[in-house]
Structure formats: structure tokens, C-alpha cells
Design a binder for this molecule. Structure first.
Ligand code: FDA
Length: 316
């Protein structure tokens, strides 16, 4: 069962009216900045440089989702192409077949996936341009997972893109009942799979609820760790991290054969501790003006963040 507060916050995350209201508040500079690098590419690149300087890897997300017009999707492509040019000097040389320190993350709904019957084709074409530029820049790309109504479309677009860009990564959400089977499909050689718990409000018909999500997460990890791909363990949950390290050891995986991932602004001290202990840890770093949906999902994950927000709203 989802808590009523979580459900309310996730419903609010999809409300254009509340988005408009929130954008006009003082929130942007205060609490939002804890989770978002800033509004500009320059701020994102500067923060990425700091993260890389601390020994962590980075994946950068240009904020935006659920695009409803083609011009906006084109603008997102341009933003990624410009970002990739700026990231190329940071990408550096990575060992052949080894992890690339710099990655970008994409949401297909920001690239036109929801633009009617042609949506899939438009998103595929747009993502292809970004993947080609990323290859040139020495940067990895991973496609984010959105709500369950988009999963089939997203996985089929990823499959097509992988024929040209085999290192393209995919996000799977452990809360979806289908995901163990998707993990098995994506556990082959050169496949990179980011496993997260899942951040959207999903019905019990398609998604595990409550504690069952953690059990499903561990089962999915088992499939990925035993497979031949590159698992990306995206969680802040100490029990999930412990399970990942144990399963990686049992599967005989070396440090370069999987990585841990956390969101920018969440458990920073633990991120640095794990990096100091020799783990590869990647930070998911969002930037841009369309922070509202992303930020509301972070509030839904941890009610204490809501208190932080209320304090910021009421302080001078
Ligand atoms: P859980 O929510 O159980 O949290 C465990 C502990 O971590 C909490 O007790 C708290 O201490 C800390 N914590 C977690 N979230 C916090 C927050 N927001 N603020 C402060 N502390 C927090 N989802 C999705 O649907 N599609 C996607 O593409 C992605 N992509 C993605 C990439 C990466 C790198 C990460 C880390 C996560 C995602 N997610 C995602 C989000 C994911 O599905 C999930 O909602 C969050 O990671 C929270 O789940 P945890 O696994 O951290 O566990």
C-alpha cells in the first residue's frame, strides 16, 4: 500500500496547475537546489567537474518530461547536444570496455514519445541524434524509466537504438511485476541496466507495493549480477546496497563490472565513504528549469524533505 501522503505528492507531481504555482515561489534557490545542480548548463558542468574531482562518476539529466509539442522535444535535443560538447573535455579516456566516468540520462517523454501515433518514431530519431553525439564525446547514455504505460514503448525504442549503440543503458523499476523478466532479457553481454525501486504512483495490478518492492529488488539484482551485462545499482537503501555487494562477490564480479548509483543531494557522506572504499559510485545530477516533477518525486520518497520545504517557504 502507498501512504496517502506519498500518493498525494505523486499526484501533485503531475499537476500543471501546481507546477505553475510552485515555480513562482522562493523554493527554487532554497530546497530545490539541494537536489538540482541549477538551471543552466554551466552550473551542471561545474557541479559535474566537482563530482568527478571527488572520485565519483556522474550522469547528467536535462530536466523535462511529458513533452506535448515537437518544438519542445527539439529544444531538448539541442540542450543535450550542447551539453555533450561541454562534457567532452571531462569525459577523458576510459580503459577499453571499462566504465565511462561521464554519462547522460534521457527521458523519452521529453524527446517526443507522447506526441501521438508518431511519438515512438520521433523519440527514437531524437534519441539517436543524442546517442551519436555522446559516442563522439566519449560519454555513455542511459534511458530513464517513466510510468508503466510507457515501459513497452521505451524498451522497444532502447532495443532499436542498441543495434547502433550497444552500450546504451536502460533503467528498470523493481516495483513493476514484469521487471524480473525484463532483467533476464537485458542481462546479456554489453548490456547496461540501472535497477531502481521505481518512483511513480503505480496500481497494485502492475506493481508490487510496500516491503514486496525490496524483495523484488533483490531478486532482480540476483538476475543482473549472475548475467553477463553491467549492473548499475541505483538505490540509497543500505539493505539493497549490502545485497548488491554480496551478490557481486558471489558472482565473482570485479569492481569494474558493476557500479552503485545515488541521486545528487541524497546521502552524500555515504557516497564519499563508498567511493573511498574503492567502489564505483555514480551521481545522478539533474539540471534545468523544469525541476518540478523531479523535485516532487524526491519529496514523496522522504517525508522529512517536505518539512525542509515547509521551513524554506516560511522562512524570510
Ligand atoms: P528508499 O526509498 O527505501 O530509501 C532508502 C533510504 O534512502 C531512505 O530511508 C532515505 O534515508 C534515503 N532516501 C531515499 N530517497 C531519498 C530522498 N529523496 N531524499 C533524502 N533521502 C532519501 N525512478 C524511476 O522510476 N525511474 C528512473 O529512471 C529512476 N532513475 C534513478 C536513477 C538513480 C541513479 C537513482 C538513485 C534513483 C532513480 N530513480 C528512478 C528513483 C528510484 O526509483 C527511487 O524512487 C529512489 O531511489 C528512492 O528509493 P531507494 O532505493 O533509495 O529506497
Amino acid at each position: 500500500m502507498q501512504s496517502p501522503l506519498r500518493s498525494a505528492l505523486l499526484a501533485a507531481a503531475r499537476s500543471p496547475r501546481l507546477e505553475k504555482a510552485a515555480s513562482g515561489t522562493r523554493l527554487t534557490r532554497g530546497v530545490v537546489d539541494r537536489f538540482v545542480a541549477g538551471e543552466t548548463e554551466e552550473q551542471a558542468v561545474a557541479t559535474a567537474r566537482d563530482i568527478l574531482g571527488s572520485g565519483r562518476y556522474v550522469t547528467i539529466d536535462h530536466l523535462g518530461e511529458d513533452t506535448t509539442d515537437a518544438a519542445q522535444a527539439n529544444a531538448t535535443v539541442s540542450a543535450y547536444l550542447s551539453l555533450l560538447s561541454a562534457l567532452a573535455p571531462l569525459a577523458g579516456e576510459s580503459a577499453a570496455g571499462g566504465p565511462r566516468p561521464v554519462e547522460v540520462s534521457l527521458k523519452l517523454s521529453a524527446l517526443g514519445q507522447l506526441l501521438g501515433p508518431d511519438g515512438d518514431r520521433i523519440a527514437l530519431g531524437n534519441a539517436h541524434k543524442i546517442c551519436a553525439a555522446a559516442e563522439e564525446a566519449g560519454v555513455w547514455v542511459t534511458v530513464d524509466a517513466e510510468d508503466h504505460t510507457t515501459t513497452d514503448s521505451t524498451l522497444s525504442i532502447v532495443r532499436e537504438l542498441r543495434s547502433d549503440f550497444p552500450s546504451l543503458g536502460t533503467v528498470l523499476q523493481a516495483y513493476l511485476k514484469r521487471t524480473e523478466a525484463d532483467c533476464a532479457d537485458l542481462a546479456g553481454p554489453s548490456s547496461r541496466t540501472r535497477l531502481c525501486k521505481g518512483a511513480y504512483a503505480e496500481p497494485a495490478t502492475v506493481a508490487h507495493q510496500g516491503k514486496a518492492v525490496d524483495d523484488a529488488y533483490v531478486r532482480c539484482l540476483e538476475v543482473l549480477m549472475r548475467g553477463e551485462g553491467y549492473p548499475m545499482v541505483a538505490t540509497h537503501d543500505p539493505a539493497m546496497i549490502e545485497a548488491a555487494l554480496r551478490l557481486a562477490g558471489e558472482a565473482g564480479r570485479g569492481q569494474d563490472e558493476y557500479e552503485l548509483q545515488m541521486l545528487y543531494g541524497v546521502r552524500d557522506t555515504e557516497q564519499l565513504r563508498l567511493t573511498g572504499a574503492g567502489r564505483h559510485l555514480r551521481v545522478y545530477l539533474p539540471y534545468g528549469t523544469q525541476w518540478y516533477g523531479y523535485f516532487m518525486r524526491r519529496l514523496a520518497e522522504k517525508p522529512a524533505n517536505l518539512a525542509l520545504m515547509l521551513r524554506a517557504l516560511t522562512s524570510k
